[in-house]
Design a binder for this molecule. Structure first.
Ligand code: CNA
Ligand code: ZN
Length: 280
């Protein structure tokens, strides 16, 4: 069915024009790349926001005792002292009371309409799954808290995830039921390889995408951050974020929607013709 024409007086932002192109059927293989910014509206702090971000919080709490806040996600620091990571896990592993945001629902809405090629998330909070998106359409590039295993030499036993959760909620450090060793959730630490499915999907997705939507990420963590640069010329790259990230905006056809993500998602979904799909 032809999309109903919008009143001529409505001013069109580049984002609304992009949404209307989706509505017109122009883009059908969207690749989404999301980061911590899609979850801040749900109350999950991101890393790098100036005052509310976890790095700023860690600096306030630990001051100079903390070297680089990214050390929390460093495997050797974790082995030496897992407590800082597990303290942070309480923030990043949301309880059932934490609900997905409009940005999470955007991915689901595109998937239901057959328009999503893949959603790459750097997040480990599991909110995309709660919203209703699952692999293989959902690709959790940095893993998740859904599983955990023992990292004591040679053991590798899968951990009882309910017990891990209980320990985290109690503010303690979980240990392996088999050997008593150190348990690590299957989230990707700095220096660790990404899940094999990331490398298996990346080239095909980047080559086949007819538009790429980047939402809520500072694009500072490799290798995920190279995705937008790897997109072939002529394929629009759309950024929904408070600040510019990567080189998005430098190519003709790029769209910068700078501001609050939830407002931008609302505007985009309305222009797509399904405003209700992103509402809670
Ligand atoms: P980041 O570096 O903290 O960047 C977040 C970006 O989102 C920043 O550019 C912010 O300006 C922007 N932002 C935050 N909230 C909003 C908002 N409401 N509206 C508009 N823009 C907003 O986080 P990245 O995801 O880029 O960094 C990658 C790391 C962070 C990944 O490995 C994650 O695992 C890790 N992380 C995940 C979570 C989570 O799972 N929710 C939380 C914190 C960190
Ligand atoms: Zn063990």
């Amino acid at each position: 069915a032809a999309a109903a024409p919008l009143p001529a007086a409505v001013p069109s932002t580049p984002l609304a024009l992009f949404g209307r192109a989706i509505r017109a059927g122009r883009y059908r293989r969207l690749v989404l790349l999301t980061g911590a910014g899609v979850s801040t509206a749900a109350g999950v702090p991101d890393f790098r926001s100036p005052t509310a971000g976890l790095y700023a919080c860690l600096r306030r709490v630990a001051g100079d005792r903390l070297g680089d806040p990214t050390d929390v996600f460093c495997i050797s620091s974790f082995r030496a002292d897992p407590a800082p990571f597990y303290a942070l896990a309480r923030e990043l592993w949301p309880s059932e009371a934490v609900r997905p945001t409009r940005a999470h629902r955007l991915g689901v809405a595109l998937a239901r309409r057959g328009l999503l090629r893949r959603l790459y998330t750097q997040n480990i909070d599991g909110l995309d799954r709660v919203a209703g998106l699952v692999p293989p359409l959902l690709l959790e590039a940095h893993g998740s808290f859904a599983t955990a295993k023992c990292i004591e030499g040679g053991c590798g036993a899968a951990a009882d995830i309910a017990a891990v959760r209980a320990a985290v909620d109690a503010g303690s450090v979980p240990s392996c039921g088999a050997c008593g060793g150190l348990v690590k959730p299957d989230v990707v630490f700095f220096g660790e390889p990404l899940p094999a499915v990331f490398h298996a999907s990346f080239d095909g997705d980047v080559a086949q995408a007819d538009a790429v939507l980047v939402i809520g990420t500072s694009l500072r963590v490799a290798p995920v951050c190279v995705l937008p640069e790897a997109v072939p010329p002529g394929v629009p790259r759309v950024l929904l974020n408070r600040e510019v990230a990567g080189d998005i905006g430098e190519r003709p056809g790029d769209v910068l929607a700078l501001g609050d993500i939830e407002s931008s998602v609302t505007e985009l979904a309305a222009a797509c013709g399904w405003p209700e799909a992103v509402m809670g």
